[in-house]
Design a binder for this molecule. Structure first.
Ligand code: PMV
Length: 331
């Protein structure tokens, strides 16, 4: 099977258990919302969802979840409108509001389960459905997080020259999602401990890009992401590091860095080739490219400045039924 031909989620009867990975953005966050390229990878931290028949609809025992959980409500309205009551349990290893795609993983896992409960769902459709649900709940954003969670592995939006996986649309906007190449490197992610709102950060950047110099700034975001995507495809660590630093500079310029993120980035200046914020910023997490053999040192240095740091590997498998063979676990 080629990577253009990811398997559909098979039809299944309740109870259904699905899982979907979180993600880490290497290049292009924020700018991707405005059509620029992005490169992300699915990470080996996931959210698992179990859907059972029930007498009343609940999420983690909460019978009021439909009222106050926007993602849950949007998912059920999109995919379960006339369906019988269900009991949904969700367990996640992805820190929340940390820039690591916890909401996208929840949405992709739940949409995969609801799709399986119908007649099954093709992966391209699951990517569109998951984005629609996230966009309804958040009001803003790109399909980067949901498509990465659905596809697994490395993924590019609006860039790269890998096989096309699918195109996701919202009104007149569209994003082409392709398979990104895996350089085989390990990455370090560190959560600052400062939660933030993706919506607020995305809106603030949108306002910044609407100023007279916005188009020029967006053009710089575009070219840095293109350079980064090319550097990773060539497995060129120096060029990748240079593009990461340039991307961080731009993210600073549009106001989504944070003194804590800068502190975390500085703390790994000796043991990592480069580091930048990942996700919406304004808090959340950083991603670092450690110098080979110095991963543990980077984690120690980050822990010393109070960050929650861990090494991430790409999760090769995207959203799917838990019962499917998992190539990541078989390794
Ligand atoms: O921080 P997260 O996981 O919500 O990632 C957001 C990435 C953005 O580019 C800022 C928004 C988006 O939807 O692409």
């Amino acid at each position: 099977m080629t990577s253009e031909d990811l398997p559909p989620i098979e039809q299944h009867t309740l109870p259904i258990s699905t899982r979907a990975p979180g993600k880490c953005i290497l290049f292009g966050e924020h700018a991707v919302v405005h059509g620029a390229p992005e490169l992300a990878l699915a990470i080996d931290l996931d959210t698992q969802v179990i859907v059972r028949a029930s007498d009343r609809t609940r999420l983690n025992a909460d019978t009021e979840a439909l009222r106050h959980n926007d993602y849950f409500r949007a998912a059920l309205e999109a995919r379960w409108r006339a369906g019988p009551p269900i009991d949904v349990r969700a367990v996640s290893r992805i820190p929340k509001a940390a820039g690591l795609g916890s909401s996208a993983a929840f949405v992709a896992a739940l949409a995969a389960a609801l799709g399986a409960a119908h007649e099954g769902v093709a992966r391209a459709d699951l990517a569109q459905i998951s984005f629609d649900i996230e966009r309804t709940a958040q009001g803003v954003g790109s399909p980067g997080d949901t498509s990465t969670s659905v596809a697994g592995g490395y993924v590019t939006l609006n860039g790269g020259d890998g096989p096309t996986l699918w195109t996701v649309t919202s009104g007149s906007q569209s994003w082409t999602v392709r398979r990104g190449s895996d350089p085989g490197w390990s990455w370090i992610v560190a959560y600052s401990g400062i939660p933030r709102s993706t919506q607020d950060a995305v809106r603030a950047v949108g306002e910044r890009l609407a100023r007279p110099d916005g188009p020029e700034l967006l053009a710089r975001f575009r070219s840095v992401a293109r350079e980064g995507i090319r550097a990773i495809a060539r497995e060129d660590r120096n060029e990748t590091a240079r593009a990461m630093r340039a991307n961080q500079e731009l993210l600073r310029e549009v106001g989504v860095s944070h003194p804590r993120l800068e502190e975390l980035i500085t703390s790994v200046s000796e043991c990592a080739s480069a580091a930048k914020l990942t996700g919406a910023g304004a808090g959340g997490s950083i991603v670092a490219l450690p110098i080979p053999g110095r991963e543990a040192e980077c984690i120690r240095r980050l822990a010393r400045v109070g960050a929650l740091a861990f090494a991430v590997r790409p999760a090769r498998r995207g959203a799917g039924l838990v019962s499917e063979t998992d190539p990541d676990r078989a390794r």
